[in-house]
Write a protein that binds this ligand. Structure first.
Ligand code: PHE
Ligand code: ZN
Length: 863
């Protein structure tokens, strides 16, 4: 471990779990709210859990006890002690009432954990361990309590006072203050506690549940944002209906509130009955939100709502079980979004995200199983492995079981564990019993990190007509796991007979051994392999399929994901070949793109996905060593070639998809997606009028999807229109933070030789601030994802990101730590870049007072 100026942070291990010494069945919280000084008076009913003599230990982070009472009697300073921020109270009986009083300062809480100020609001964020910054409490998810919350605040500044559960009283106080009381009848862990105080307006609606109960719904935002909440409200009602229809799960309180805040470390939080959202996942209107933003709102509203069952009614025993609620809930929100729109396109998008974020994580120094074995800082484990790979693991179970048996397993899980803090093992066991399946070997997906590689070889015997598919799996070594056992890998597979151009039925092949063969009869000619259809397993398939075979599948495969995949693989082969200096044939790719783009039977949204070139980072992942410059050059050249060769087609599509008025229908969204791909290729062709066409789209658009995409196209070029468009965009939206984020992000993602210098300048722009996580991610998060720019040979990109991490760590360690992983990918780059990346990690680690969060990420990244 590198020196961190202090002691190395302690490592918490899954195997060290022990049941809590004390339970807290009831908790009363009394908040005297004020931005500078908030007083929190807590009354805990505590109960000894089992026969032991250990004292009551209440976690605290930065808290000073102003008062400690047991059963109404104030304790003398000898009656309690402090241990690393925690309050230790020896108790004699088996049940007591314990009171504490603390004074906290929301206005100076820059970590955005605990009680903090955002704009004029006061709000909380407790997951994972923020509650200990509010009051002394056993801050662990297996201590469940019934909450009774009272808030008192200045009525003019904070006219609205919200907390979990149902409102039970309110009234006026002295000196312009007022109060409100809320009671949540469902016992919950403290990470699900929330309160909000502020001057908020409400989009009020209602939902009648399957048993006929009326639930009052409220989406709370500042008055000016009310018109932008309609999509979120629709998503909420659709989610409530979907969870009833698909899982038989009904909402359980009389009130469901959502509040949008501008400063938030993640996307949103599922606090019981009072979800708190990053405003980017609530606010949407055509002028300011892209179609992707609309889908983000729908997906995140659903995600947080679905947590009411998968997370709140059944919660996690400890934080190692995080994927129990997150993987399952991502799986649920993905299926919801697919049902609301296109299953094919949603699956393609989800796989693209998995490959871009999770496969990279699984291949690097921060790789961990979906159920980790140890951590220093749990905030670092809200990862795409726990979330997205976790969802894939549930998806495989659902596939193996089929819908009815999966539903039976889910029913058993919810019924058996309602009101409990459960484990991943509990979930798997419910699936085994409810779904009647043996998941012994499948459990390895919870234990082993790393993306399995499956080599597929197809042999054909023209005499017998038999085709033999040989599959060999290997799970690469990952930190702490040098040797791996074979996984259970369900592969949806079909063999296309070239004679008929079709297949005689898809099969689910279960690969469970290191190597296995499957034989298929009746092929006069060697068939074509369509494997891992629908991306049935989160693995990398290695198969040597010719460009001709891929072209055939890209035109004829009846599984939309496999068809997309064939198309992408065609492009990858050409691009990887170019980078390796091999002769390549671009004509097959161009013909396949033409074929797909002109096929009237295909959904335009699907076409847009299929004909887009793979991202530079994805191409890097296909190579032993990433050469960012060569990858960029190859991709750019192919894009131009496609642009030139098919120029009339791009012009035709671009003209044809021009809409007459904005609509949010799938057809209108698909048309916009295709229009934007066409514009990219048209401009890439180098046609003289390209930038002018892009500028006209930018200027005339009646929606952000078309405007931002035209801006992005221009930002990657060197036209005069580039500066003009950026300038107009900035001035038009300078008082809308969410749109201003797009202005930063678009420039950080631009394929432009000067991006690295531009990002440096933007870091000093007057609209840039480290105190808003969205703004930081829009600039530095996006930049670090721009492979060509971030890996600039000068090393300047690494320095910019490291500087940002070091500055931000003093304010907001959680968000700072999330910027570190790109620097940890040094093993994949040449010696010069690797040395510079390592040097930046070492510079970060040498910063005095570095947080646990960044220490963990940076030190692991050096190994
Ligand atoms: N639990 C939140 C979710 O739904 C994520 C989150 C984690 C939010 C930690 C804030 C802090 O995914
Ligand atoms: Zn979640």
């Amino acid at each position: 471990m590198q020196s961190t100026g202090g002691a190395a942070p302690a490592i918490i291990r899954r195997s060290d779990y022990r049941a809590p010494d004390w339970l807290v069945p009831d908790l009363a919280l009394d908040f005297d709210l004020d931005a500078a000084h908030t007083r929190v008076h807590a009354t805990l009913s505590v109960a000894r859990n089992g026969a032991h003599g250990r004292p009551l230990r209440l976690d605290g982070d930065g808290l000073v006890p102003l008062l400690v009472r047991v059963d109404g009697q104030e304790l003398t300073p000898e009656g309690w002690s402090m241990e690393g921020g925690a309050l230790i109270i020896p108790l004699t009986g088996d049940a007591h009432s314990v009171e504490t009083l603390v004074d906290i300062a929301p206005a100076s809480n820059s970590k955005l954990m605990g009680l903090y100020a955002s704009g004029g609001l006061l709000c909380t964020q407790c997951e994972a361990e923020g509650f200990r910054r509010i009051t002394f409490f056993p801050d662990r998810p297996d201590v469940l309590s019934r909450y009774h919350v009272r808030m008192t605040a200045d009525k003019a500044l904070y006219p609205v006072l919200l907390s979990n559960g149902d409102p039970v009283g309110q009234g006026e106080g002295a000196d312009g203050r007022h109060w409100a009381e809320w009671r949540d009848p469902f016992p919950k862990p403290c990470y699900l506690f929330a309160l909000v105080a502020g001057d908020l307006a409400c989009n009020a609606d209602s939902f009648v549940t399957m048993s006929g109960r009326e639930v009052r719904l409220g989406i709370w935002v500042c008055e000016a944002d009310l018109p932008r909440t309609a999509h979120a409200m629709k998503a909420l009602k659709d989610s409530m209906a979907w969870d009833e229809r698909v899982y038989g799960r009904e909402y359980d309180l009389d009130v469901f509130n959502i509040v949008a805040v501008a400063d938030f470390n993640f996307g949103a939080m599922e606090n019981k009955g009072l979800n708190i959202f990053n405003s980017r996942y609530i606010l949407a209107d055509p002028e300011t939100a892209t179609d992707m933003d609309y889908d983000g709102v729908e997906g995140v509203v659903a995600h947080e709502y679905f947590h009411n069952w998968s997370g709140n009614r059944v919660t996690c025993r400890d934080w190692f079980q995080l994927s129990l609620k997150e993987g399952f809930t991502v799986f649920r929100d993905q299926n919801f979004s697919a049902d609301m729109g296109s299953h094919a396109v949603k699956r393609i998008e989800d796989v693209r995200i998995l490959r871009a974020a999770q496969f990279q994580e699984d291949a690097g120094p921060l790789a961990h199983p979906i159920r980790p074995e140890s951590y220093m800082e749990i905030s670092n484990f809200y990862t795409s492995t726990v979330y997205n790979k976790g969802a894939e693991i549930i998806r495989m179970m659902a596939l193996m079981l089929g819908p009815e048996r999966f539903r039976a397993g889910a029913d058993l899980y919810f019924d058996r564990h309602d009101g409990q803090a459960a484990t991943c093992e509990d979930f798997v066991r419910a699936m085994e019993e409810g779904g009647a399946i043996d998941l012994t070997q499948f459990r390895r997906w919870y234990e082993q990190a790393g993306t399995p590689r499956v080599a597929a070889r197809l042999a054909h015997d023209p005499v017998t007509g038999a085709a033999t598919l040989t599959l060999a799996q290997a799970v690469p070594p990952t930190p702490g796991q040098p040797d791996k056992q074979p996984m259970v890998i369900p592969l949806r597979t079909a063999l296309f007979d070239p004679a008929t151009g079709s297949h005689s039925g898809e099969q689910l092949l279960m690969l469970t051994q290191a190597e296995q063969s499957f034989t298929f009869e009746g092929f006069a000619q060697s068939p074509l392999l369509s494997i891992n259809r629908g991306f049935s397993s989160p693995v990398i398939i290695e198969s040597e399929r010719s460009q001709a075979d891929l072209a055939f599948l890209s035109a004829h495969d009846d599984d939309p994901f496999a068809r997309y995949e064939a198309m992408q693989q065609l492009m990858v082969n050409v691009l990887v070949g170019t980078v390796a200096g091999q002769p390549v044939d671009e004509s097959t790719v161009i013909a396949a793109i033409r074929q797909t783009a002109t096929n009237p039977a295909l959904d335009p949204a699907f076409i847009a996905e299929a004909i887009r070139l793979p991202a530079e980072a994805y191409l890097g992942d296909q190579m032993a060593m990433v050469d960012p410059d060569a990858i960029h050059a190859a991709r750019d050249a192919l894009q131009q070639r496609i642009g030139v060769e098919l120029e009339p087609l791009w012009r035709d599509i671009h003209a044809r998809t021009q809409a007459n008025g904005f609509a949010l229908s799938p057809a209108a969204k698909g048309a916009r997606a295709l229009r934007n791909v066409a514009l990219t290729y048209l401009v890439a062709s180098g046609a003289e009028d390209g930038p002018a066409i892009a500028f006209t789209q930018f200027d005339r658009a009646d929606n952000m999807t078309e405007r931002q995409s035209a801006l992005a196209t221009l930002a990657s070029g060197r036209s005069n229109e580039r500066e003009a468009a950026l300038d107009i965009f900035y001035h038009r939206y300078s008082d809308d933070p969410l749109v201003l984020d797009k202005w930063f992000q678009t420039q950080a993602l631009a394929f432009h030789p000067d991006t690295v210098d531009l990002v440096e300048e933007l870091g000093r722009h007057k609209a840039f601030t480290l105190s808003n996580p969205n703004r930081v991610r829009a600039l530095y998060g996006a930049f670090a994802a721009n492979q060509w720019a971030f890996h600039h040979a000068s090393g300047k990109g690494y320095r910019l990101v490291a500087d940002c991490i070091m500055a931000l760590d003093r304010l907001n360690p959680q968000t700072a730590a999330r910027l570190a992983p790109p620097l940890g990918r040094w093993k994949r780059f040449d010696a010069s870049r690797a040395a510079m990346m390592r040097a930046e990690l070492e510079r970060i680690l040498a910063q005095p007072g570095l947080s646990k969060d960044v220490t963990e990420q940076a030190s692991k990244s050096l190994e």
